[in-house]
Write a protein that binds this ligand. Structure first.
Ligand code: ATP
Length: 313
């Protein structure tokens, strides 16, 4: 409403007033014009996706007195899968918010391939981050359009590219079984898909995104027991293919989601209390992670992680 009230004629004087208000340096321009400062190699970016949080201190602006992170450091090598675990309220989701630059740390740095993410254009940076959640959102349009949505410019995606990612995501065969194939409309106005089918379409969509970082905020195991065994296998296989070559951060609210992680970090008291290779942490009899696993196994003796723990002992 503020902008609507300004007539075109008054716009230029308003703009100069605004620039004066912002200071002669024109910081607004600087922000709009900001280009990614990552090195480019003959037009191809050499973004690999190594993530590092270094001595991060953070409190939400609305609760400055409550520190969420004090001395938080975490390093995720490019192309590896890190699962972040920890009790409720320790700040797992906050880490995702910081990565997406919904907030900036009070002190300390978050870098990607050594570049402070504050130096990068946030919109550009977000295009490099893919996400897969347990409840993927499909739009009321064709399956092809739903998949193409993952690309930077959906209008340029070819039918071959869509089929290729659908194949990798184990979605091709069920899509072809529909009379209208990739033109089948899904969602409220069309065919209702099963949970596993939706997940595979979401994975195909994520495959189209040229992302080097994948965030998986899984509130419960992604591959749930609600899926039948075949569906479960197909979804897990598609997910493994999506993770390949990407730096993956799994926010594991349940311990059973982390079986495929290379590294596990245990979060508590505003910092990483324990971090290491999955098997090593599990093998440490006095380790926190092992205790967490045992506790969960005790609480939910039907959970897959309980079976896992037993089979490793
Ligand atoms: P859970 O496993 O329950 O999802 P979590 O580990 O993801 O928890 P966060 O959601 O990151 O934890 O929350 C960490 C702390 O920050 C909590 O005390 C929460 O109440 C607080 N918090 C989260 N979001 C906000 C916000 N927007 N403003 C103020 N405080 C917040």
């Amino acid at each position: 409403a503020f902008w609507v009230g300004i007539s075109i004629g008054g716009l230029s004087s308003f703009y100069s007033e605004l620039m004066k208000g912002l200071g002669a340096g024109g910081r607004l321009w600087e922000l709009i014009e900001k280009k990614p400062q990552l090195p480019f190699n003959g037009g191809k970016d050499v973004f690999r996706g190594a993530l590092e949080f270094k001595d991060v201190e953070f409190a939400y602006p609305t609760r400055p007195e409550t520190s969420i992170f004090k001395d938080f450091s975490l390093s995720i090598p490019a192309g590896s899968v890190m699962a972040l675990v920890g009790p409720s309220g320790t700040g797992k989701s906050t880490i995702v918010s910081l990565l997406l630059r919904l907030y900036d740390p009070i002190s300390g740095t978050i870098t990607i391939d050594g570049f402070d993410i504050r130096q990068l254009n946030p919109l550009w940076f977000r295009t490099k981050i893919g996400t897969v959640s347990q409840e993927p959102i499909l739009f009321s349009c064709s399956i092809a359009e739903n998949i193409a949505y993952g690309a930077e410019d959906p209008s340029t995606v070819t039918a071959e590219e869509i089929q290729k990612v659908a194949e990798i995501a184990n979605a091709n065969s069920f899509i072809r079984d529909f009379p209208k194939g990739f033109d089948t409309v899904v969602g409220e106005k069309g065919i209702l898909l099963s949970g596993g089918q939706k997940q595979r379409i979401a994975i195909a969509r994520a495959l189209l995104k040229v992302s080097h970082i994948l965030l998986c905020p899984f509130p419960t195991p992604f591959v749930t027991s609600a899926l039948d065994a075949e569906n479960e296998y197909l979804v897990q296989e598609a997910l493994d293919r999506l993770m390949e070559g990407r730096t993956v951060l799994i926010i594991a609210h349940r311990l059973s989601t982390i079986q495929n992680a290379d590294f596990v970090a245990v979060l508590g008291q505003g910092k990483i209390l324990e971090c290491g290779k999955h098997e090593e942490l599990l093998a440490n009899p006095n380790g926190l992670f092992r205790k967490l696993m045992q506790k969960q196994a005790f609480l939910q003796n039907n959970d897959t992680c309980a079976l896992d723990l037993q089979s490793r002992e």
